[in-house]
Design a protein around this ligand. Structure first.
Ligand code: RIB
Ligand code: CA
Length: 314
């Protein structure tokens, strides 16, 4: 049974790999790619999604433009990680044909319409700030009944943040959206830094992927060569966490990960800890468990899956 998904993203080098993994998987019906302001501004995240779909020869995939900025805060971007365009690579940028553009329909309306019209339950797979998802739920709460699960990349349960000492980027950018989604009552799975830092890219992994000997796997290495620059400086190691594809890998093979159903609530306004995911891992509060938080990943299985799927791409 194929899983119908909407991939909501802010490409972003790791979002790009998530798009490619989803598109390569027969088990997934990628209903649409909705973009949000995050790593870079919305125009660039949309354009980068179009670039990735062009590279893998999937200009049949529909790309939608969503929220430019978080619900309350100004947009905070990460050009320091992803470069000016958000998908900087050493080689020539991908040219997108003028006939391949974002859909006219707004991402929020696409999410609502798709959830309402689908007979099957939809998986929402956000890998950027949760603004589009939150706005869709606020605009039409009735879509909840058609959403099977929200599997999101974001947060940090028991490890340091990557944007402040206590906050991961996606949740830091729009903490209000994160709480709206966490409070929705929909089945939630959190692929936070705890697990994404267990699936690290390095030169060895790039060589492993390039054994596929196709342009998509070569592009993977081009993306990672740029993406590892910032991480080497921050983490002082060649190993770079491959965050966003964990969402799609979980959908394809949940056995790669393990975790626990706990309560997660996000700090919204504190100057010091805005965006912190406060994860009640030990159950010391009486707050209702609302999210399956992953804390372990099998990186060998993860990269075997990634390589096998990328082998099916052009
Ligand atoms: O903290 C990592 C997350 O923030 C990833 O989704 C990355 O693409 C950025 O959006
Ligand atoms: Ca992202």
């Amino acid at each position: 049974m194929t899983k119908k998904i909407i991939l909501d993203c802010d490409p972003g080098h790791d979002d790009a790999v998530a798009i490619m993994l989803a598109a390569a998987s027969k088990e997934i019906e990628l209903l649409g790619i909705t973009c949000v302001g995050g790593n870079v501004g919305l125009d660039n995240t949309v354009n980068n999604a179009l670039k990735v779909c062009t590279l893998i020869e999937r200009t049949d995939l529909k790309v939608f433009s969503g929220a430019k900025k978080p619900i309350h805060y100004d947009l905070f971007t990460a050009e320091y990680v992803h470069g000016k365009t958000g998908l900087d690579i050493k080689g020539d940028p991908i040219e997108v044909s003028s006939s391949y553009k974002a859909q006219e329909q707004d991402a929020i309306d696409f999410i609502i319409e798709t959830c309402k019209s689908s007979n099957d339950q939809i998986y929402l797979c956000p890998t950027g700030p949760l603004t589009n998802i939150a706005l869709s739920l606020q605009k039409d709460p009735s879509i909840k009944k058609n959403i099977k699960e929200i599997i999101f990349m974001g947060g940090a349960a028991m490890c340091l943040g990557n944007t402040t000492p206590s906050a991961e980027f996606n949740i830091f950018v729009d903490p209000h959206a994160a709480n709206i989604v966490l409070d929705s009552g929909i089945a939630m799975t959190m692929m936070g830094l705890d697990v994404t830092h267990q699936v690290n890219v390095n030169r060895q992994i790039m060589n492993y992927m390039e054994e596929n000997n196709n342009k998509s796997s070569k592009f993977f290495s081009e993306l990672m060569e740029f993406y590892t620059i910032f991480h080497k400086e921050l983490y002082e190691t060649e190993d770079t966490p491959l965050h966003d594809p964990c969402v799609i890998a979980y959908l394809l093979d949940p056995s790669i990960f393990s975790g626990k159903l706990v309560n997660v609530i996000v700090e919204e306004d504190s100057e010091l800890t805005r965006g912190e995911t406060v994860v009640d891992w030990l159950g010391v509060t009486n707050r209702k468990p609302n999210c399956f938080v992953m804390d372990k990943a099998d990186d060998k299985k993860f990269f075997q899956l990634l390589k096998n799927k990328f082998a099916t791409l052009p």
